[in-house]
Design a protein around this ligand. Structure first.
Ligand code: ATP
Ligand code: MG
Length: 292
């Protein structure tokens, strides 16, 4: 495992803010990681922002986290301060069985989590896997041996219902769907839920919808409020009560290679993702069996 050198994050300084009401819900070693796919085929809805910032928030709460960048854009990789062009191994090598996970993983020291980086090579995996038997299982097979090493594995998916996303959904226990509360949001959602249903029937019977996350929310916008109400009416408790507001710090942080928690810990964006992490942990504590 290679280490990414960066300034050490004095976690104790953050302790008051991070002392969430959630106590550690399980003894980490007794459970395998829960694998969450951050998915929405719609582009620019906040998948990567949510993957990086939820990962950082979990890590700040002392959870062992692996973030898997499964998007050839490599935005999660860059957002963690890793140069996607400079990595010697990436998610591509994992999917092509050309490297084992510990050869690919980079430890992101400032955020206290591990990362499987990605870059444009991953586009080639889609084509190369076309003729391969069991191509949908490549990521699952790569992650299964390390599930004991983490509490949560978060997969950042590309904006398409492609073979990469199918690999993520086959490996995952659940799907977290970030969405903007706008007119076309619900339309895309039904296509995504149909795909989740198909994967559940054919490849991964245990796949669940983890939750729907409202992102880039602007409470002053009437349409946002209407769509938000519709979502809650249709999906009830699956909609997180945590709402991520539109916050410029969340947009700025990736250009510094940092999650918002390290870039501006008091920003509304950073606090929202801490709250989300707390909410996910509380839900899991209420249903510990899904972590088995
Ligand atoms: P893609 O589909 O291309 O992978 P995505 O769904 O991963 O996109 P992001 O890259 O996370 O979406 O976000 C899209 C853009 O919106 C980025 O520039 C990001 O910095 C910005 N952004 C995300 N969330 C917020 C927010 N809550 N407030 C302000 N800007 C945000
Ligand atoms: Mg993205």
């Amino acid at each position: 495992m290679r280490r990414l050198r960066n300034s050490y994050w004095p976690l104790d300084l953050f302790a008051p803010m991070l002392s969430s009401p959630v106590s550690r819900p399980f003894t980490a070693r007794n459970f395998m990681a829960k694998i969450i796919a951050m998915t929405n085929q719609k582009g620019g809805v906040g998948k990567t922002t949510s993957a990086v910032n939820l990962g950082a928030s979990f890590a700040a709460m002392k959870r062992r986290i692996l973030l898997v960048d499964l998007d050839p854009q490599g935005n999660a990789t860059m957002g963690c301060g890793v140069d996607k062009r400079g990595v010697s191994h990436s998610a591509y090598d994992l999917l092509m069985n050309e490297a084992k996970l510990d050869e690919v993983v980079i430890h992101v020291e400032h955020s206290h989590f591990d990362l499987v980086p990605s870059n444009a090579d991953l586009t080639g995996a889609e084509v190369a896997l076309l003729d391969e038997l069991g191509r949908e299982l490549r990521l699952k097979n790569a992650l299964d041996p390390v599930r004991d090493n983490y509490d949560y594995i978060i997969i950042d998916c590309p904006p398409a219902l492609s073979m990469l996303t199918v690999n993520a959904l086959t490996a995952a226990d659940s799907v977290l769907i970030p969405m903007q509360c706008e007119y076309y949001a619900l339309e895309g959602l039904s296509a995504l839920l149909e795909t989740v249903d198909k994967i559940r029937k054919i490849l991964n019977p245990k796949l669940e919808v983890e939750g729907l996350l409202r992102t880039m929310f602007d409470a002053r916008n009437n349409l946002s409020n209407q769509v938000s109400q519709q979502l809650t009416r249709h999906f009830g408790a699956k909609v997180y009560s945590t709402v991520v507001p539109r916050n410029v710090r969340l947009a700025e942080a990736p250009s510094h290679g940092l999650p918002a928690l390290l870039y501006d810990k008091n920003s509304s964006g950073a606090l929202a993702y801490l709250a989300l992490a707390g909410e996910v942990l509380r839900r899991d504590r209420a249903r510990p069996e899904i972590l088995q």
